[in-house]
Design a protein around this ligand. Structure first.
Ligand code: FES
Length: 147
């Protein structure tokens, strides 16, 4: 039989990890929604972040795309869970493609996963910055110096 996909792709495709959805309005959630101009496939990847440590405590994805895109998002969620946000920004689509032995024509599929990770982190940071803006109203009293 001809092997269209590497077995690792098939394995992730058959048993994708961390499929699901978080509430995108949850302040601890970052959502990355990206599409591939090459084929029109869409990937949504979400992270749940510990506000104090910046650690990604949970993650999930939904991908409407080819087998390689689904496998790439599944691998991506496995790789980012439990890691720091800054750390996961260094994940390259070529790392994912290599792990899954994707052929060159499928590289753009793993690109979706890299883009989705970055978009999710960016979304979380944007939401956090906005909240901090709202909380930093000027102090209403004068400090009293005693002594
Ligand atoms: Fe479009 Fe794979 S063919 S993401």
């Amino acid at each position: 039989t001809s092997r269209l996909y590497h077995e690792k792709v098939v394995e992730h495709y058959d048993n994708p990890r961390n499929v699901g959805s978080f509430d995108k309005d949850d302040p601890t959630v970052g959502t990355g929604l990206v599409g591939s101009p090459a084929c029109g496939d869409v990937m949504k990847l979400q992270i749940k972040v510990d506000e104090n440590t910046g650690k990604i405590v949970d993650t999930c994805f939904k991908t409407f795309g080819c087998g390689s895109a689904i496998a790439s998002s599944s691998v991506a969620t496995e790789w980012i869970k439990g890691r720091q946000m800054e750390e996961v920004l260094t994940i390259k689509n070529s790392d994912i493609a290599k792990h899954l032995s994707l052929p060159p024509v499928k590289l753009h599929c793993s690109m979706l996963a890299e883009d989705a990770i970055k978009a999710a982190v960016k979304d979380y940071q944007k939401k956090k910055a906005k909240r901090e803006d709202n909380n930093s109203s000027p102090p209403d009293g004068q400090a009293t110096v005693v002594g």
